[in-house]
Design a protein around this ligand. Sequence first.
Ligand SMILES: [Zn+2]
Length: 240
Amino acid sequence: MNRTERRHFEKEMSKILKKSAGVCGVCGTELNHNSQTFGGILEPYGTVLTGECCVNKLEVIMGAGVYINKNINGIMSVMKTGQGISHASPSDALSAIRQIRSGIGEIDSAADDLMREAGIERPPTDITVTDAPWKLDDAEWFNRHPGRSYRMRSLHPDEIPTLQDAVTDVVIPPNHCWEILVRQVNKGQRIRTAFCRNMAVFIPDADDVIHAIFDIVVKGEGQGVISAKDVAALVDSYNR
Ligand SMILES: [Zn+2]
């Protein structure tokens, strides 16, 4: 393959990656999270992105990658700290991909373990593995408050990109603001959830009160209004 053909391939592949529907470009099978992908040439399609299902059909393999569809921010933040190697051989590339996939598997299972330990049934929507100002702030806060497992605090500006679109796109009513509820499951392992707070309502900064609000929000029961009565009933049940 000459330089022009390679350039053409790179251009086509970048288009495919941009509009990727998460399926193998040859057979249409859905790609699994953390599975290996291959870029190459196959007539009559031209440039294609395939999964392992169709790699053997490719006439030329030009590149390999890993498909991810969950925990994306956490995984990408770790990837960015990796060093690129130029002029690597195909076997270097394959061993790098093996390492990437095992790293992704570790992030996924650490997140799943943490959610299970916290008794939360839905998968995490975002994982932050690298340092962030709000993480440092939470870590210090829990250090200063050894008796606490739950914290309610303001949303940090740097934290907005880590929230789901469902949170950031919504227009909140007047006198409301986004606050973050944090649960420290283990030292250094915390779960956050965003919570739309009515500023007119006083919320006492007590662990069991924040615990109750956290549980209601995490279970998705906070879609409407969280009543003081519901919170009080839960607090009661924790203390029983
Ligand atoms: Zn396929």
